[in-house]
Design a binder for this molecule. Structure first.
Ligand code: ADP
Length: 274
């Protein structure tokens, strides 16, 4: 069934100007199944522009699948996903919404940046080139401009001294900070962070979280975060969504969620991670 355009809202926008407090990410009745298992069950949620939303919940509850849907690494079985008013899952052809083609998906996905658990840097490129490669080759940015911006981002993640090193010469924490700079270099409107510290040695975690706190407070980028670092979640989140078995069981401000959760499932989960 084709999705309906809710409430007659015109999503097309003009020159990137959107209504204040607009929804940058919106899932409508998104269902994802793997084999016979329903991993996400008619999921509705949205993230407003500039907000930081954290997804928490037990392993297997569907959190990573949400980020992978946004990166179009997987496609939903049902429902629609919109980013900045544009459908990621669908496109308009002859006045009708049809399943999005690859080209349309590539365009909408440019609005999204992601940092993975395993940083996946280009091993044969130095730090600066890791950050400038995609802006030059995908966005078509002028090389000097990309380098200037790259240096700024590398400074933001505290790696100016490492500019000329290869990934193998860096610690895991430093590599992850390069991955953060690389994602930001594409000027995404929303940054997805998937367990970005869980592959790091414990002593390297704080440095990466400090950089992310800094980005959360000094930039206006929208963030969608999956993490088991509850103190970090509490610090940076505007809202926390608690998942269980592919559904949101509870959502609210970090203070409410961490100090006074409503649901047994949330209390149970928090008692295992706090
Ligand atoms: P979380 O991030 O909350 O740990 P995931 O979104 O990774 O949860 O996974 C949700 C469920 O979907 C799990 O049961 C997982 O095994 C299953 N799953 C995820 N990706 C795939 C896949 N590509 N094929 C089959 N099952 C998958």
């Amino acid at each position: 069934t084709p999705p309906t355009n809710d409430g007659g809202t015109n999503d097309s926008g003009t020159n990137g100007t959107r209504a204040n407090g607009s929804e940058l990410v919106r899932f409508d009745k998104v269902t994802k199944r793997f084999g016979g298992t329903t991993v996400l069950d008619r999921l509705d949620f949205s993230v407003s522009t500039g907000k930081h939303v954290t997804l928490i919940g037990p392993s297997g509850s569907g959190k990573t699948t949400i980020l992978r849907l946004l990166m179009t690494l997987v496609r939903p079985d049902e429902g629609t996903i919109r980013v900045d008013g544009d459908y990621l899952t669908h496109e308009e052809r002859g006045g009708q919404l049809v399943k999005a083609g690859d080209r349309h998906v590539r365009e909408v996905r440019k609005k999204i940046g992601m940092v993975f658990q395993h940083f996946n840097l280009f091993p044969n490129m130095k730090v600066l080139r890791n950050v400038t490669e995609a802006p030059v080759h995908v966005l078509g940015l002028d090389k000097d401009e990309a380098e200037q911006r790259g240096r700024e981002l590398i400074e933001l993640v505290g790696l100016t001294e490492q500019l000329d090193k290869y990934p193998s010469q860096l610690s895991g924490g430093q590599q992850q900070r390069v991955a953060i700079a690389r994602a930001l270099a594409m000027r995404p409107q929303v940054l997805l962070l998937d367990e970005v510290t869980s592959a790091l040695d414990p002593e390297l975690v704080a440095g990466v979280l400090d950089v992310l706190r800094d980005i959360a407070t000094t930039t206006d980028i929208t963030m969608l975060v999956v993490t088991h670092e509850m103190n970090f979640a509490r610090d940076i989140s505007d809202a926390v969504l608690m998942f269980d078995q592919g559904r949101i069981v509870e959502s609210g401000s970090p203070d409410k969620m961490f100090s006074d959760p409503e649901h047994d499932r949330t209390r149970e989960f928090l008692s295992t991670v706090l």
